[in-house]
Design a protein around this ligand. Structure first.
Ligand code: COA
Length: 332
């Protein structure tokens, strides 16, 4: 029997309707549109405003969309994984809740927390259950409601993040299309530069932690920027080399949308022209686990069977990685 690869066969996505523009942020903190646009490439982000709505509600919309597009029922899903750092609750997992909301009664489910690299990690995990022949249909979601953990008085972080994400269906492929290779890395010593100080077992929530605003994202932007540029470029060129891909062979780069300058640096090291570098950072900002599936969702119509896609990411932890996918279908 020929080798099984895990191929993406359907995509769904979701972003909330409410927009938070750079002009809106000018009213909240000491910043301006020109600074944000030139330093990050971001013009606006989406914010999930409705009370009572959480990460699972966005993921549910995306999963329902991909089921509709693929023409299958939720009961056919074997495994559902959600990459997120903003689950609805500490436990049970967001994936458990999404499975319930979409009616995936026969699926087992769990979350993957790897900050901005979460979706890539989850895709890798999900693909293994397809490649071994254990499962036929695995759904991998990447979603975050970053507005739940962002301090809108801190100009270092509030200009960057937004809410949203996407979901993909993985199925077996016997022609060699799908996920071909990956390089995944982590280095927990980087945690001091990007983390949430309180709310976990180290510092459970107290009045003091709330008053000190420790439940929000803390970031030393300059240091994160330095590590992100070097490491994302490093794994992306590594995956090209070991799969004998020249820049002409790469159809598109789908890089984590944290800062346009970080993406440009990676693309330069891969020697890719601008038209091969997919971007939507200007409309959504950094949705953490959501950026790469949102790129899939936005650009699906452009993809042709056999396209060589390189995914690249960097995030809190630190976590980072790259993946090579041979696209499996012509989108209509
Ligand atoms: N508006 C206006 N000015 C701002 C500002 C804002 N929102 N944020 C910072 N500044 C100021 C700083 O105070 C500093 O002023 P100074 O020179 O008078 O001290 C100046 O702009 C430069 O600040 P710096 O922090 O060096 O900016 P930067 O070019 O590094 O950009 C980030 C800041 C956060 C956009 C950038 O560091 C970044 O993108 N980091 C990585 C983010 C990332 O990838 N995070 C997620 C990983 S998943």
């Amino acid at each position: 029997m020929s080798k099984i690869t895990a191929a993406i066969t359907a995509i769904g996505g979701y972003v909330p309707e409410t927009k938070l523009t750079n002009l809106d942020l000018e009213k909240l903190v000491d910043t301006n549109d020109e600074w944000i646009t030139s330093r990050t490439g971001i013009k606006e982000r989406r914010i999930l405003k409705e009370p009572g709505k959480a990460t699972s509600d966005m993921a549910m919309e995306a999963v329902n969309e991909l089921l509709r597009k693929r023409g299958i029922s939720a009961e056919e899903i074997d495994l559902l994984i959600v990459a997120t750092v903003t689950p609805d609750l500490v436990f049970p997992s967001c994936a458990n809740i999404v499975s319930d909301k979409v009616g995936a009664k026969n699926a087992w489910s769990f979350d993957v927390a790897a900050a901005c690299s979460g979706f890539l990690y989850a895709l890798e995990v999900g693909s293994k259950f397809i490649e071994t022949g254990k499962h036929k249909k695995v759904v991998v979601c990447g979603f975050d409601k970053m507005s739940a953990i962002i301090d809108y008085t801190d100009r270092n972080t509030c200009i960057i993040f937004g809410d949203g994400g996407g979901a993909v269906l993985l199925e077996p492929n016997f022609e060699g299309y799908g996920i071909i290779d990956s390089v995944l890395k982590s280095d927990g010593s980087g945690r001091e530069f990007l983390h949430q100080k309180a709310g976990g077992s180290l510092k459970p929530p107290t009045h003091e932690t709330i008053d000190a605003r420790e439940h929000y994202v803390y970031q030393e932007g300059k240091t994160v920027f330095k590590f992100a540029t070097t490491n994302m470029a490093d794994v992306s060129t590594q995956i090209m080399e070991r799969n004998h891909l020249l820049s002409d062979d790469v159809t598109y780069l789908l890089a984590h949308q944290a800062n346009k300058r970080i993406i440009d640096y990676t693309a330069e090291k891969m020697k890719l022209p601008t038209e091969k570098v997919l971007m939507n950072i200007e409309r959504y900002g950094n949705t953490t686990s959501g950026t790469i599936p949102l790129l899939f969702w936005d650009y699906e119509k452009q993809f042709k069977k056999g396209d060589n896609l390189v995914l690249a990411t960097f995030g809190g932890g630190f976590t980072w990685g790259s993946m090579y996918i041979k696209w499996a279908y012509d989108s209509q």
